[in-house]
Design a protein. Structure first.
Length: 88
């Protein structure tokens, strides 16, 4: 019985560490892509915030610092509450 509980705990630990690594890898992708996307933005912190939100949801960021939104339709089509584009 103790061996089964110990095995279960090791399995849980392994799965949770795998999930954390996947999450961290995803945010690293978004961080680097959004840093490039927002490199020429007038308000860097706001651009990085919204780009990060859009990247996490869409799993992509258009190339360059402006435009190219056709590369990522999800990113292009996100709108804020006022109907304006949400993603920089």
């Amino acid at each position: 019985m103790k061996v089964a509980i110990a095995s279960f705990l090791v399995l849980i630990l392994f799965l949770s560490s795998s999930l954390i690594q996947t999450t961290m890898a995803g945010s690293g992708f978004c961080d680097s892509k959004c840093a490039t996307r927002c490199s020429k933005a007038g308000v860097q912190d706001r651009c990085l915030k919204y780009c990060g939100i859009c990247c996490e949801e869409c799993k992509c960021v258009p190339s360059g610092t402006y435009g190219n939104k056709d590369e990522c339709p999800c990113y292009r089509d996100k709108k804020n509450s006022k109907g304006k584009p949400k993603c920089p």
